[in-house]
Design a protein. Sequence first.
Length: 404
Amino acid sequence: MIGRRWIARIVVTCVCGSVGAAWGQVSPESAEKYAEGQELYGKHRYQEALAAFEAAANLDGKNAQAYRAMGRTYKELRDYDKATESYRMSVSVKPDYAAAFFELGQLQYTLRKYDEAQGNFAQVLKLEPDFQDGKAREYLKVSYLKQGSLYFRQRNYRKAAEEYTKASNVDPTDATTFYNMGLAYWKGRSFSEAIDALSTAVGLDSKYSKAHKALGDIYRSTRKYGDAVKAYSNAIDVDPKMDDAYINLAATYMATEQPDKAAATLRRAVANGLTDAKIYSALGFAYAQQKSWENAISSYKKSLAAKANAEARYRLAVAYFETKEYKTAITQGTQAAKDRKFKVPANVILGDVYEALKNEGWKEKAISHYKVGVNDRQYSKYCEDKIDRIKNPMGSQEQDSTSK
């Protein structure tokens, strides 16, 4: 039977080749305790293993392997503070201990301390650039991405962009990294940098539909409408089911006073099987801009059939007003006015309907609806003028002045 002294000598011999000469200076007693701890660790007897590793470290403070093993054992016991402390002791004893730096980085990554993890993974790469076939490099990249996402959620877009840039330096072939970088720059209103990053993303992956669409969004927001049309068209070519790309492309055509092209774009979306409420509502609006009211009404009805929504009801009210179907306009406008977002515009169109209808009690009804828009900056002037004209029609003022 092999004695413990022989086990210790075997451990010393095996470990020397992997961790360097420093381990060769570890005392046989410490190496023996370490071997005992490894055996217990393998049997999942973590408390006993920890005691053995601690004994090994106490017997020889240069036993970096023992401190690393303590870190792994504390991690199993979920005592992460002591695990961190143990790993730090390991690398302080042996500053070129790549495996200990890596495991410390993994622990910090698990605890979402990405900024701390980054430093340790970077140190691994300095010591062993190809550590575990690139595993440290991948962890470093993802740590930058995770930290970038944290900053992004905190709306610190400048910091987020910096983290994504670091990730791109680790791996300049990852299109997703450049996509995230582009979004961060865009949110931070650094438009040229955003365009550069997203252009790189689609250069790396021409099938990246989200990146094409994001490029379109930036171009549209900066009024580079020709570039926006190209980017949205690319997104649709790559993903014919991307409904937002159709809607935003149509909006670009509307911004350049091309409602016929907007309608054609949205009809293409319908032909490709996109029949949700947003598509039909946008198509109805495109028809309305062409004053093709019957087509607009048909599209808005389909939008409501796909999903009941206040926007379609409000725009239906407008279309019915234009076609002088006042009672139906009142029905749709009343429903739309229940929604907070469309309360004011729906009331304004209801005021217009009652003013046009001129049935019994129309003045009071019209005024009550216009009053809803008086306190809204977009509609206040219009509503004030309408109320004034209803209360003081020009014909009545002329008659009063004549009688005097």
